[in-house]
Write a protein that binds this ligand. Sequence first.
Ligand SMILES: NC(=O)c1ccc[n+]([C@@H]2O[C@H](COP(=O)([O-])OP(=O)(O)OC[C@H]3O[C@@H](n4cnc5c(N)ncnc54)[C@H](O)[C@@H]3O)[C@@H](O)[C@H]2O)c1
Ligand SMILES: Nc1ncnc2c1ncn2[C@@H]1O[C@H](COP(=O)(O)OP(=O)(O)OP(=O)(O)O)[C@@H](O)[C@H]1O
Length: 508
Amino acid sequence: MTGSASVLPLENAFSDSLAMLNSEKAVEELIQQPILHGIDDHLIEFAEALRTVAKALRQAAEGKASAQAEASEWKRKYELERTHNLQLENKAMPSEKHLDENGRVVHLTNKPLLSDGAVEKSDRCCGEHGICSHQVLRDREHDHDASVVPNKMTRKASFKLSWCCKGEKSDQKKHDIVSFEKGNITTAERSSKQISLKWESPPQTVLILTKPNSIAVRILCSELVRWLKEQKSLNIVVEPRVRTELLTESSYYQFVQTWENDKEIMSLHSKVDLVVTLGGDGTVLWAASMFKGPVPPVVPFSLDSERYKEYLDSILRGPISITLRHRLQCHVIRDSAKSDLDSEEPILVLNEVTIDRGISSFLTNLECYCDNSFVTCVQGDGLILSTTSGSTAYSLAAGGSMVHPQVPGILFTPICPHSLSFRPLILPEYVTIRVQVPFNSRGHAWASFDGKDRKKLAPGDALVCSMATWPVPTACQADSTSDFLRSIHEGLHWNLRKTQSFDGPRET
Ligand SMILES: NC(=O)c1ccc[n+]([C@@H]2O[C@H](COP(=O)([O-])OP(=O)(O)OC[C@H]3O[C@@H](n4cnc5c(N)ncnc54)[C@H](O)[C@@H]3O)[C@@H](O)[C@H]2O)c1
Ligand SMILES: Nc1ncnc2c1ncn2[C@@H]1O[C@H](COP(=O)(O)OP(=O)(O)OP(=O)(O)O)[C@@H](O)[C@H]1O
């Protein structure tokens, strides 16, 4: 166990210092020898050095001896105090037995200790939360003889666990995460697991979002719309641009719905059961950006999906394994704002928010705070605050770790920092990060959101970022983990290396 320093017998320390004294004396005598006088300057110098060393060793030994004497005095006082306490305890409970029939720990609450038989209740613990505990721990050396009054008894400090976030107490989810049993903290449930979605009623409306300016996507889109309508009798919603494209192709697509204004986009989440994206990662980012609140399950289709009918069929039947991709909520707070509540419309990002030097030729000067604690000042090209889902995008290029998307956290990755020791960080998901452009900054900074919507941050402005309430649920092809590994193997060629040849030197 840490903290239990071993104490040497005092005699040892004294004999150590005695030996040191003797060696110092021996050096002294050596220098005084007439034969050595004036013979060799180097020898004298060497002897002087030896004397210094011997002196230092003696002082160390003396220090050690006095520390040990002090420690042993404290130990004696502690033993005295402990014996005294045990005597008092034994007097208070002359024949109380605190072992159960198996000789295990007995909870105070199981043992009526008050004279009227009421259960003892500490004023520090209400006993109503299910995560409070008081315990009496017993040494097992007395197990064989239950009649012996225990002489080693420690009262385990009681405590209570509760959730605190940004200084506020919230008991909302404590039962999900922490269980408290016999004073030991255990994890009851981990926050993220593989999630399975099972339809309780069949999906009826599908929103299809497509990458623009791609003939292959256009062809796939019209095929898919026809199949979903004819084979699955689904309502189809597309972007206005896509509806125009479909109608240019044929008036058959009249049944396809779209929206006319932003207000209708805002209510899409309540009408759409499933979002299908035709394109790459950018199209998924685009889909996510359309939902400022809850997001329906997203099925990302890359164009090489040949068996899309089979796959979509299984999605529509369910159950689907989904990955909850966390998003970050970003607020720009201008210097003129009266408080942090006085911010511009929040912006949700699925990959990252980047604060960089933009067109400025100066280093960024960004003061970063995490829950009001100063983190660091970013002097370089900028900073990326990324989700774990976005960890394989820009943050990766800037040297950040690749993190499984189900891991809740915020990546703090500098871009070309002008410092030799600025390593990327991963912060817990519950923190709020503030990036402040100080008044003495030479230039402006620029914030961009999933690579889009650049906003200028002037000296005095800040960007405040925390985990958003609404994640983006994406359908897995297999499950979260195998999809993640497949994407880093196939998409990024992670750790691809020629296999070492069989022949060559071997260990003997
Ligand atoms: N140096 C860089 O690597 C760099 C620079 C700028 C932007 N980006 C990334 O581009 C994203 C915007 O994407 P876009 O498609 O609109 O722009 P884009 O068309 O320029 O594509 C950027 C590339 O990033 C890839 N990408 C995007 N999100 C990814 C993710 N989560 N995991 C792995 N790869 C991902 C895309 O597949 C694409 O190859 C930004 O969010 C940012 O992460 C990267
Ligand atoms: N529906 C859309 N409307 C407007 N822009 C879109 C839409 N879908 C995608 N984009 C934009 O098109 C660009 C390219 O999209 P995407 O990443 O899907 O294609 P890609 O680059 O060919 O694929 P990959 O990511 O596999 O390389 C992105 O910048 C994205 O924001």
